[in-house]
Design a binder for this molecule. Structure first.
Ligand SMILES: C[S@@+](CC[C@H](N)C(=O)[O-])C[C@H]1O[C@@H](n2cnc3c(N)ncnc32)[C@H](O)[C@@H]1O
Length: 250
């Protein structure tokens, strides 16, 4: 499976994605957007988990750009206030200097940074924030680490960058990018989920979405077994983290 195929694999499970994937830890959004930003671009917005969190925070103009039609359909249906646009990070369908902040949630690793960075700089007003975030079940808890192993999330291409769970992680923008120094932080919370949903959440990751139906069923079976053996309760209290990195446009 090629990387572009993996990058476009999510639409096949758009409903499950929206139901099962974690929204960002609220404190993470507060840290990323300290000012009263009016127009915020959610880039690679998926089904709108972050778009909805932004609207709930009172952001007046949420613009969601997402290339996948099936993800976009769920986004439009469930995020009524957002302006939903087809597009990519490498070709953003917005005018120059038109947004106060750009957020990319669990999406930056799918972009071509050499083409996406100048596009983001183009649409962002001077002084505006670029926030990159990843929300995931926290593998610093043993049983979550065992689940991630089943999901094969430890390979170098991991979409939820395990480096994100280390305090002080950095993101290197391409040389000459017009941004000030970056800063990072990790925020955590715990959420109750049905045991079967914890297992099913693995099926929304590209490493699993791109398997055969038989292999996906086997991942689900093994995940249910890990949750039953290691946690043994239903519902399950799941530790989540949101790793964030922020820099301001010159
Ligand atoms: C793991 S999902 C994250 C979705 C959403 N931001 C969230 O936090 O739930 C990655 C998303 O990035 C989108 N994507 C992949 N390549 C992209 C690109 N080059 N530009 C913009 N979005 C892209 C995918 O279609 C998918 O919806």
């Amino acid at each position: 499976m090629t990387r572009p195929e993996r990058a476009r694999s999510f639409g096949a499970a758009a409903d499950d994605y929206d139901r099962l994937r974690p929204a960002p830890v609220p404190a993470a959004l507060r840290w990323l957007l300290p000012a009263a930003e009016v127009t915020v671009l959610d880039l690679g917005a998926g089904t709108g988990l972050v778009s909805r969190a932004l609207a709930a925070r009172g952001v007046a103009d949420v613009v969601a750009v997402e290339p996948d039609e099936a993800m976009r359909a769920v986004l439009a249906a469930r995020s009524p206030g957002a302006r939903v646009l087809a597009g990519t990070a490498e070709d953003i369908p917005l005018p120059d200097g038109s947004v106060d902040a750009v957020l990319a949630s669990s999406a930056w690793h799918w972009f071509d940074p050499d083409r996406a960075t100048p596009e983001i700089a183009r649409v962002l007003r001077p002084g505006g924030a670029l926030g990159l975030l990843w929300s995931f079940a926290d593998p610093t808890t043993d049983w979550v680490a065992e689940l991630r192993h089943i999901q094969r999330a430890d390979d170098a291409d991991d979409e939820d960058s395990t480096s994100g769970v280390r305090a002080g992680f950095t993101i290197e923008l391409p040389a000459g990018a017009p941004f000030g120094p970056g800063a990072s932080e990790v925020f955590r919370r715990r959420t109750w989920m049905a045991a079967d949903d914890v297992a099913a959440m693995l099926g929304t990751y590209s490493t699993v979405l791109t398997l055969t139906p038989e292999e996906r069923a086997e991942v689900h079976r093994r995940a249910r077994e890990v949750v039953a053996r290691r946690v043994g309760t239903d519902p399950v209290r799941v530790p989540f983290a949101t790793a964030v990195w922020r820099a301001f446009r010159d």
